[in-house]
Design a protein around this ligand. Structure first.
Ligand SMILES: O=C(O)CCC(=O)C(=O)O
Length: 380
């Protein structure tokens, strides 16, 4: 298995900044195998030790990723009754517009409404594809509800999602190389661009009505680690008021956040966030929150549950949350979730198991995992 032993990995997750990785050797086909292998190694190191990283050198044109955030902002300014023309619900296969507070973060014994509104989209599965033997048709399969009230937004979004699909596949190619798997390991029926059951959320975070100021002042470092430095700011005690004995942020359960703490379900999340507003935070193994500040021209990425299973725990998804603590300005972001194929059966890879490290997770059909999460996401 490449890299250090698992214990060293866990000790290494006390990160105080997020690595920045230039992936241009994966994008530019003319680059050498050595250059690709170096990027692969950096990606694997980031997945192991942090679970979050920025990518630069991705080749996505600025107009594509900046322009779409602007258009999204314009769409969210439409009257509520217009936005509700594409309202989300079981009848729309959980696709479309969710009003402020419809999305919830669940805790043992309760839930908190997240302070954001969003449009949720998924891969549009062929409606004629029959359900596999012994399975009902998935409640998530169906057509998207595109934001057609603003045609430029709809067309820009379609283009943007195609671009993110390619980018996700490119980054996964690098991760496969870094894991010493065949470069095309995730392609085809596992998670190829034609099969990946991608999810996208276009999100608008208004300022929090009940300020979570004590929480938002907690991040211990500036995630803008372009220079590779860990900018240590407050000692951990500062955040102690928010932690219970188990190290969990107990206060977060009673305070409304822009998006409560969670980890992601699939393979790889690529977040396009507006410059100038710091809101996304990743939790390290000491329970400290590290800010994933926007870096102009970079996407911030994090890994999800399915990479944990495929890597047999070598990678762990990192808990994160969003707090827009700006009292006056809202924030727009578009996380794109690059996921396995719906029917992919994900299980620890034999290449990453050994006698010392037997398989830690049972095999799971990705669609079952996704349904279990999505059907629990809302209080409509
Ligand atoms: O808006 C962001 O920066 C991230 C949102 C997020 O974590 C999510 O939707 O799962």
């Amino acid at each position: 298995m490449p890299g250090p032993k698992p214990d060293e990995i866990e000790a290494g997750r006390a990160f105080t900044s997020l690595p920045v990785i230039n992936i241009s050797p994966l994008v530019d086909k003319a680059q050498s195998a050595l250059a690709k292998a170096q990027v692969g190694a950096e990606l694997v190191k980031a997945c192991r030790n942090v679970g979050f990283f920025y990518v630069t050198g991705h080749g996505v044109e600025e107009e594509t990723y900046r322009g779409i955030l602007q258009l999204a902002r314009t769409w969210f300014q439409l009257p509520e009754e217009v936005k509700k023309q594409i309202d989300i619900g079981p009848h729309t296969h959980f696709r479309g517009y969710q009003a402020l507070g419809a999305n919830v973060t669940r805790y043992d014994g309760g839930f908190q409404r997240d302070w954001h509104e969003a449009i949720d989209l998924y891969k549009e599965a062929d409606p004629d594809t029959p359900a596999p033997a012994g399975k009902q048709k998935s409640p998530i399969h169906g057509p998207n509800q595109w934001p057609s009230q603003l045609p430029a937004f709809e067309s820009g979004l379609r283009r943007y999602l195609d671009t993110m699909l390619q980018l996700g596949s490119t980054i996964l190619r690098g991760i496969a190389i870094g894991l010493e798997l065949p470069e095309d390991f995730f392609e085809g029926n596992r998670a190829g661009v034609d099969m990946a059951y991608w999810v996208a959320r276009v999100i608008h975070y208004p300022p929090l009505p009940k300020q979570a100021v004590d929480l938002s002042s907690q991040p211990t470092s500036n995630g803008n680690a372009a220079a590779g430095e860990a900018v240590s700011s407050r000692p951990p005690e500062d955040g102690g008021a928010c932690r219970d004995e188990s190290g969990l942020t107990e206060i977060a359960r009673s305070v409304q956040l822009s998006c409560g703490e969670h980890s992601d379900y699939g393979l790889l999340t690529i977040v396009n966030q507006e410059d100038g507003i710091s809101a996304l935070q990743a939790k390290n193994s000491k329970g400290q929150w590290v800010s994933a500040d926007p870096i102009p021209g970079a996407f911030v990425c994090n890994i999800g549950d399915m990479l944990k299973v495929w890597s047999n725990g070598l990678f762990q998804p990192t808990v994160h949350r969003v707090i827009n603590s700006d009292p006056a300005k809202s924030r727009v972001s578009i996380p794109f979730f690059y996921e396995p194929a719906y029917e992919a059966v994900v299980e620890p890879l034999p290449q990453l198991c050994s006698a010392d490290r037997p398989p830690r997770y049972a095999a799971i059909r990705y669609g079952d995992h996704l349904e279990g999460k999505v059907l629990n996401n809302f209080e409509l």
